[in-house]
Design a protein around this ligand. Sequence first.
Ligand SMILES: NC(=O)C1=CN([C@@H]2O[C@H](COP(=O)(O)OP(=O)(O)OC[C@H]3O[C@@H](n4cnc5c(N)ncnc54)[C@H](O)[C@@H]3O)[C@@H](O)[C@H]2O)C=CC1
Ligand SMILES: O=C(O)[C@@H]1CCC=N1
Length: 264
Amino acid sequence: MKIAIIGTGNLGSSIAKGLIKNKSFTSLYLSDKNTAAVSVFSDEDYVTVTHDNELAVKESDILIFALQPRHIDKVLQSVSSSITSYHVVMSVAAGFEISRIESILGKDKNIIRIMPNTAISIGKSMTCLSANNQGQSKIELAKKIFNQLGTTMVIPEEQIQAATVICASGIAFWMRLVRATTQGAIQLGFEAEEAHQLALQTCYGAASLLKESGRHPEAEIDRVTTPSGCTIEGLNEMEHQGLSSSLIKGITASFEKINQIKKS
Ligand SMILES: NC(=O)C1=CN([C@@H]2O[C@H](COP(=O)(O)OP(=O)(O)OC[C@H]3O[C@@H](n4cnc5c(N)ncnc54)[C@H](O)[C@@H]3O)[C@@H](O)[C@H]2O)C=CC1
Ligand SMILES: O=C(O)[C@@H]1CCC=N1
């Protein structure tokens, strides 16, 4: 597996970290006009850090374009003559549709839109995938790569925007919930460090319970809410203040915004 990551900022470097941790490549090119985020990897076996996108494309089979939507057009155009039908072209650019990539590279290229999140750096990403017609035969290969770095789900391209909000932006949403819980714990008298640890382990426990039991969140809530107890008192107050509603409204606002990015 000869992989190149073009664009090694927040997400590109997170993918690089995950791949390097797993040693899941025969060669890895990390290409960026500013290689600061990945220069630490230049001593790793079979890893090349470069400013030369063209070189990275020519030396690799699997190309992961981790660029901002406003840059990806230009970069794809600049390397298009080196991209062949043997390459598998993957793009993480939010809102940048497969048809736009096909209009630059041609419909005969294997193109897969991937939407991981930053937890890919520790092998815990939720990565959604969607391929063009030509790329359907490469989807198993893509799943193989990203299953080593978390979990994958193949979805229709129409759902990639929604998946971006839930899974990629979702990391930020969950972080804010952890932080708010920490602030509550500090108000109740814990030191900041202790508060953070309490919030984090409880969050981890809640997610693990759902994952391992397969039960519905409300079934787990029923097990915690003692009649007339403190949990239901707090939960109902949170709902009076609009907890579920504000989360759903935030998710839909984020979705509206990503659909605007798609049109721009
Ligand atoms: N940050 C996140 O959690 C997620 C981001 N995304 C998407 O991933 C993409 C990248 O996002 P970030 O990593 O946050 O952006 P970023 O700005 O941190 O990284 C982009 C990188 O591209 C490089 N770059 C720009 N022009 C270049 C060129 N001509 N040649 C080589 N490198 C060039 C920049 O120097 C930068 O390091 C975006 O399209 C975003 O929508 C998707 C899922 C999650
Ligand atoms: O905020 C953004 O637009 C990008 C896409 C999902 C995560 N970061």
